[in-house]
Design a protein around this ligand. Structure first.
Ligand code: SF4
Ligand code: SF4
Length: 94
């Protein structure tokens, strides 16, 4: 089963992952939600990008078809995908 993970402290809420994913793996939620209460934004990402009012969560990881689209669109470089064979892919922003 494919696993999709977000390093949430690096997620800027840019929504690029949600916008490019063909199988709706991601959902943007308000960062005021209690689930994000303990999250401290990563300063190295904050130095480069604006953090928005939402963060992305994985709601459909097993549906991922490993098209890699999100991996090149993620500002925070915070998405990691592990495929069925255990191969790990990290996002690199282009
Ligand atoms: S790699 Fe997976 S999670 Fe990322 S855009 Fe493609 S299907 Fe969606
Ligand atoms: S593309 Fe990356 S930084 Fe942007 S909302 Fe998705 S997980 Fe967060």
């Amino acid at each position: 089963m494919v696993n999709v993970d977000i390093a949430i402290e690096k997620c800027t809420g840019c929504a690029h992952c949600r916008d490019v994913c063909p199988v709706n793996v991601f959902e943007l939620r308000p960062r005021s939600n209690p689930e994000f209460a303990s999250v401290v934004d990563d300063p190295s990402v904050a130095a480069k990008f604006q953090f928005r009012a939402e963060k992305s969560v994985v709601i459909n990881g097993p549906e991922c078809i490993v098209c890699e689209a999100c991996l090149y669109e993620c500002e925070g470089e915070c998405i990691t995908i592990t495929d069925d064979e255990g191969n790990v892919r990290h996002s690199v922003y282009k």
